[in-house]
Design a protein around this ligand. Sequence first.
Ligand SMILES: [Zn+2]
Length: 499
Amino acid sequence: MRFSLLVLALLTSPAAADTQQHPMGNGGYCGTQDPEPGVVYDPARVRAAPTTLFLNRCPGGCTITKGRHDAPNNVSNNTGTGPGPFTFQEFPNYEGMRGAAADQEWNEIVACVRSIYSYYNVNVVDTRPASGPYHMSIVSGTNDSIQFQGQVMGQLLGLSALSCAGPLDNVVSFALADNHRSIFRGAPRYVKEMCNTIVHEAGHAFGLEHQFEFDDGKSACPDPMSYDIGICNPPKHFFRNKSAKCGGVSLMPCSCAMRQNSHSKLDAAFGSKTSEIANPTAAVTFSGSPPGTLGAVVAGTAGSERGVETLSLIMNGHVYVTQGGAPYVGELGQDLNAQYTVAVPPGLPDSIYDLQFRACDDLENCTDSAILTVTKGPAGGCTSTEACDTAQECLDGRCTFLPPTAEVGEECEVNEQCLSGVCRGSDTTKICTEQCNTEDDQCPGDLACQLPANETDPANGVCFFPQDEGGCCSTNDTPPWGAFVLALGLAGLIRRRRA
Ligand SMILES: [Zn+2]
């Protein structure tokens, strides 16, 4: 078991990020304690099943006693160091009023937490379930409420328990509402930060540790398990379907695995369901001038409450370009109406083009925009298939890719001909291929999984003919990509049909 302390202090200006440490806008840190010797969770209490997250606003006040986690009986062993009992006033609104006066902010917080967990079979309620097991989040209190006596920089905002084994039943976590009031100014900010802390602390109880940055080096700030609210602090933090490195205020090795993907971990633990969050929006608004012509770029907008992860340019039903979503910046996070400009690939044939943007979130929930039709070249578009590119035909003035038919191992000229979407080889001779793992060669027919030149990850192999095929072309001891390209210069090596 592990203590986790969410500690945030007043905002400071974020400095430029570097590869080792993202500046924390909160100026705080997280203290953790390694598992206590001899403390072993009863495996029966580690559940991977639909569960309930009970947000307890402590109506009329509540009391927690110290002992083995037992939410139905208000017992917790992840409080502060004091002996207890631990007493909490009822949840306050930002102005410090309790009871009915705090209903509106309470309801906003509950709705926020519920929407973020709506991707999973986690039932968020604010009345105590008739029976356990469930997770209980105490949404009230201060350091004194939990008798916290540790030394912390900044303000303690929450506390939870974490087991790498998975979700823990009947854990009590704490989101110290009265502490939030003292550092986050204004009711909207208070609601937002309370939601984030509750989601974060429950996330710990569900088996998640802190995330520092994604594998692409960007701050994990859009994820609730991040501490970074300086680079970005979007209105809602969603569990991201992205591999992340761990750490609170600095990069640390993950404790539970090499990397953490918070979404996939929750998905594996609870199962997923249709969320409350709408799919992205997307619109193409402009291409060339005069209107109706294809310019050098296609412009438009896209947005998503969850965030747009990728934006693709589709022309005549075919994806030509895919680029990343707009950046997450500051309190806005990612702009819900972000402007996108995508460069049109050069050398396209004269044709009518039906332009669309496809905006996808990190869970691959995608939306295709309405079509904006433009023309390159003479009005009326293409007049013959010969005027279009390889693997295209001219349909209604539009150069359009034919559906792919070639299987792995068959000859190709462009990716679009391959069912796998990948055509590789020399300038004169290519075959459809696919990614493979050299340690688990499952390439079809007489192809073998081989690593391209300059590639070291066994998972990034490519199905190709064995290097010594034909007996003449092994020019060195390594099987680099360049060697297969050389071998493929001999058309005789190409299989029209794989065995
Ligand atoms: Zn934490």
